[in-house]
Write a protein that binds this ligand. Structure first.
Ligand code: ZN
Length: 240
């Protein structure tokens, strides 16, 4: 089975559409949370995601903040302002959909979380030391994460090590235990503004990093019209 793995759509409909139209053929979609927050198109994005066939979807910290399950005051001013806007903008049926999403799941050899196995909603796995602390919390060979919006992975070992993303050839899934992040769709933070995703092939046992291409100005214009914070508008063009 070939699975499209996406995370952190962040209400960026143009980026999501680019991924869905440019992704390699796949049989299922795994979405690792943060469908909304930061971006101008929460209704479009939740509607598009929930209609995908063979979808498995998690909740992220922004989704939970929009639902009132996390205090928006724990976010920075820019993020908080869009969380509160989203709460009012999102249709009731989409809020209900978000409310039903789990924070972690096991799918055969894969644990799926938004943040980390140790703290599925909040913790960022940004380096191999944090990754190393988290391997004991994983019951499967592999763990898929989002939240940092940075494509890449970590391998278990003494010491744990980085597995940088290779866009040219797929990573073979061997005995080595791995934590893998497809990167962010709607607000990438690895100095590349293009939407990130991955294709997991469970028969070939491979994980392929990919980037879609789109015009961030489409989303930036919508954000400006809505009066969103300038920093959030600007960062989309730079990928941070
Ligand atoms: Zn996020």
């Amino acid at each position: 089975m070939r699975i499209l793995v996406i995370s952190d759509i962040h209400a960026n409909a143009a980026a999501l559409e680019a991924v869905l139209s440019q992704a390699d053929p796949h049989d299922a979609v795994w979405c690792l949370g943060d469908l909304v927050g930061y971006g101008p198109d929460p209704n479009e994005c939740v509607a598009r995601i929930r209609a995908l066939p063979n979808l498995t979807c998690l909740s992220g910290n922004h989704d939970k903040a929009v639902l009132g399950e996390i205090d928006p005051d724990t976010f920075n001013d820019d993020a908080r302002s869009v969380i509160i806007w989203t709460r009012n903008a999102l249709a009731a049926e989409h809020l209900e959909y978000l409310r039903g999403l789990p924070v972690d799941l096991s799918m055969d050899d894969f644990t799926l979380v938004h943040g980390s196995p140790r703290q599925p909603v909040w913790e960022y796995i940004l380096n191999r030391s944090i990754a190393c602390d988290n391997f004991p919390y994983i019951d499967t060979p592999y763990c898929l994460i989002g939240h940092s919006h940075i494509a890449g992975g970590f391998g278990e070992g003494v010491p744990c090590f980085d597995v940088p993303p290779d866009y040219a050839k797929p990573l073979t899934l061997s005995e080595q235990r791995l934590i893998l992040n497809p990167g962010g769709v709607g607000q990438p933070r690895d100095q590349n503004p293009m939407p990130a995703f991955a294709i997991l092939d469970t028969d070939a046992r491979t994980w392929q990093y990919r980037r879609a291409s789109y015009d961030p100005r489409i989303t930036q214009r919508r954000m400006l019209e809505l009066g969103f914070p300038e920093r959030l508008v600007l960062r989309l063009a730079y990928g941070w």
